[in-house]
Design a protein around this ligand. Structure first.
Ligand code: BDR
Ligand code: CA
Length: 309
């Protein structure tokens, strides 16, 4: 089993990503660390606990950074609603997060084992950036950071910048220059992984706990993102989980990626040297293509399985 920590800010697409991770018996989820992004740290923490409790699991949740390293937090209530996960029938959380802070947990967990841990990061990179700024030697204990964030071309928050990287570019800069193998599942591939009507119908028909929650999520989130330039529903964060579990579904290349920190119009852009014009070190595996049909099959199978576990 792959030892993983999932760093997340749920979030509708985070919730589906978490369900796919919970469904897999190939992931050894050591903990879930929470970051502010889609909503405040209180709400994203609460949402993660509600999701885990919904499936009767006891994975520990650690509350992390409440705001980006430098800039202020701006939450996208127009997409994820005022709680960060509006539109579901999830119950109120019964439990609470661990007392230990997420960044401390990351450090302790990485130190506690000789195994190299994979981090699946599907929110702003604040927790991981903060950890690496304080304890850069932790890099040798991380096998890979598989990120949903950025794009080789284009953005969704600004014309050039994807939301997770835009929310905390300084943290992203630390991660991308850390020397840790970084996999970037950006908008290039997440848009290509979009769900269409027939896919949503398949999910609506599943009918178990996971299917019901996914249907509610796709209904709310699908309406919220309608008309925003991409056809279909891009369940961005699910792609990062699928990339770890089913690398055979994706095509990627190594490129040099730098984070723009100073651009007047381009701050938070993941500047990707697709033509190798800089000759600079290829620091990121950039995921550019997906077998969409099989990705959707995998999502459906995961939801079917989780609801019957
Ligand atoms: C990313 O931004 C968030 O709103 C989503 O949860 C996802 O992680 C997509 O740009
Ligand atoms: Ca997210």
């Amino acid at each position: 089993r792959i030892p993983v920590i999932i760093d997340t800010d749920p979030g509708h697409d985070d919730a589906i990503a978490l369900m796919m991770a919970l469904a897999s018996d190939r992931l050894d989820i050591r903990g879930i660390t929470i970051v502010a992004g889609n909503n405040t740290i209180e709400n994203t923490t609460n949402n993660a606990i509600r999701i885990i409790e919904n499936f009767g699991r006891s994975i520990k949740v650690y509350k992390g950074a409440e705001r980006p390293m430098v800039q202020i937090l701006e939450t996208p209530v127009d997409i994820h609603g005022k709680t960060g996960l509006d539109g579901t029938s999830l119950l109120e959380a019964k439990g609470r997060a661990e007392d230990k802070n997420a960044i401390q947990f990351l450090e302790d967990e990485l130190k506690s084992t000789s195994e190299r841990i994979t981090i699946i990061a599907i929110g702003p990179l604040t927790n991981i950036g903060t950890l690496l700024a304080a304890a850069p030697e932790m890099k040798d204990r991380i096998d890979e950071i598989c990120i949903m964030g950025g794009a080789a071309l284009g953005g969704n928050k600004t014309p050039t910048s994807e939301f997770n990287i835009w929310q905390d570019p300084e943290a992203a800069h630390i991660v991308f220059t850390s020397g840790i193998p970084v996999t970037m599942c950006g908008l290039d591939v997440t848009y290509k992984s979009s769900l269409f009507e027939a896919d949503v119908e398949r999910i609506n028909k599943i009918g178990n706990k996971a299917g019901i929650l996914a249907s509610e999520i796709l209904d709310f989130y699908g309406k919220a993102i309608e008309g925003r330039g991409n056809k279909g529903i891009a369940v961005h964060d699910a792609v990062a989980v699928a990339k770890i579990l089913r690398p055979d579904l994706f095509k990627s290349e190594m490129y040099n990626v730098v984070i723009d920190l100073d651009g007047k119009y381009t701050r938070g852009c993941t500047v990707t040297d697709l033509i190798n014009v800089t000759g600079a070190h290829k620091n990121a595996e950039v995921v550019l293509d997906v077998d969409r049909e099989r990705f959707v099959d995998f999502m459906v199978e995961s939801l079917e399985k989780l609801g019957s576990l």
